[in-house]
Design a binder for this molecule. Structure first.
Ligand code: NIG
Ligand code: FE
Length: 415
């Protein structure tokens, strides 16, 4: 039975809206105190204020008493690389000794190292490890996750990663939104032939991915020493022709102008943005491209955080994501994400909640279906152990999620 009623929540943090919230609007969570939410057939059918009569027959519903607890939309993580083989724990030690992420990548470590391990892994092995990571995310309140390919960098392995995500999407409660990232790094066999590698993505990979419907978006690592602005523009424009939405790893390490490019192409999102220029930030705001910020990566790499306040003040739609991957951010810790966003990027708790619900749904083009507690949306909900959303950043590093509901079904009970 996908009929569920959650009664008397201390707060129903609706995050109400059907598109990403810009700038100051991000602070508006539309909280209902002592509210009730009804999910009928997996879809939110009623959001009730105290005193409003319950218009359904309670005996048709599983009823949860949420007295003293806050109810939020399920969290949406719009940027991860959760399907990969092997680990890179040695690299972490090298970085702590002073090596940079890019130096390690340039000498054949980094993404290329994970590419070897992912090529060697069977589909089944990737499904097993991918499922374990999804289980962990689910216990932290994540109900929709984006996942990228990009650890194959060859035809077979890129398709293998995407098929693993398709399989997991069909067999795991979490919804998975797959992104094709054939241009994540230049593999050894293509070194020095970057333009030809981009041609290979455009001519061979995009049509294959589109034909099988394996991804909804394409992404590229636009970075000094990886793929340059012109290569990124060519790749993204061709991806759009195949019906894919556009995402870009932009201005992470060097200020290359990735934000400006994202705005020029009206990408769905520009991600990282640690080094985005003032001009780039203004352009993102004007274009309505979601600025997806990844504080766990800045933290793990000991890089300066993205200028979230400048972005919000400029009117950007700001989202948050974990960037879960085996190199720059081996974590999907929602509690740490909230803490860093508020303590180091100076988001308010309200802005952080919007950034990891409605705006992260917008970063996936799904703000019409998920990311808020509105009638007609999917019944994806998170119940906290505490009476206010304000505990999310405040109870630093602790998982305060008590229950997780997906399409009206209780999928996690940490109580
Ligand atoms: O988003 N920066 C590029 N891609 C990933 C890291 C991937 C890796 O190091 O394996 C990121 O941080
Ligand atoms: Fe990434």
């Amino acid at each position: 039975m996908h009929n569920l009623m959650i009664k008397h929540a201390a707060q129903v943090v609706t995050c109400s809206g059907f598109e990403g919230k810009r700038g100051r609007e991000m602070a508006d969570l539309r909280v209902i105190e002592n509210g009730t939410v009804i999910v009928t057939g997996g879809i939110i059918s009623h959001v009730l204020k105290p005193g409003e009569p319950v218009p359904v027959n309670e005996s048709d519903y599983t009823v949860i008493d949420a007295t003293g607890k806050a109810l939020l939309p399920g969290f949406v993580d719009p940027h991860t690389h959760f399907v990969f083989g092997g680990y890179r724990e040695e690299e972490f030690s090298w970085r702590m000794r002073g090596d940079s992420y890019m130096a390690i990548m340039q000498r054949g470590g980094g993404i290329v190292c994970t590419t070897h391990a992912t090529r060697a892994a069977t589909e089944k092995e990737l499904i097993v490890s991918g499922r374990q990571r999804l289980d962990a995310m689910m216990r932290l309140g994540i109900t929709t996750v984006e996942g990228k390919s990009g650890y194959g960098l060859d035809r077979e392995t890129e398709l293998k990663q995407l098929r693993v995500m398709r399989h997991l999407n069909e067999s795991h409660p979490i919804d998975i939104v797959a992104t094709f990232m054939g241009a994540h790094a230049v593999p050894e066999e293509w070194k020095g032939r970057e333009d030809a590698f981009i041609d290979f993505q455009i001519e061979e990979m995009f049509p294959l991915v589109a034909k099988e419907g394996l991804a909804v978006a394409a992404d590229i690592f636009c970075e000094k020493g990886v793929f340059l602005i012109d290569q990124s523009r060519r790749y993204l424009l061709a991806a759009r022709e195949q019906g894919l939405q556009l995402k870009i790893h932009a201005d992470e390490i060097a200020p290359l102008g990735g934000a400006e490019l994202a705005a020029e192409l009206h990408c769905l999102s520009a991600d990282h943005l640690l080094q985005a220029s003032d001009k780039g930030i203004r352009a993102l705001a004007e274009a309505g491209t979601v600025a997806t910020l990844l504080p766990l990566t800045a933290f793990s790499l000991r890089e300066p955080y993205a200028r979230a306040r400048t972005m919000i003040d400029a009117g950007c739609v700001v989202a948050l994501a974990s960037d879960l991957n085996p190199g720059s951010s081996f974590t999907a810790s929602v509690p740490l994400l909230f803490a860093l966003a508020c303590i180091y990027m100076q988001l308010t708790p309200e802005e952080a909640v919007t950034a990891f619900t409605l705006n992260s749904a917008a970063a996936l083009g799904r703000a019409d279906r998920i990311g808020s507690i509105d009638v007609g949306k999917q019944g994806d909900l998170v119940l906290l152990q505490f009476p206010s959303y304000k505990f999310l950043p405040y109870h630093v590093g602790m998982n305060i999620v008590e229950k997780v509901i997906k399409k009206g079904i209780l999928i996690v009970d940490n109580a």
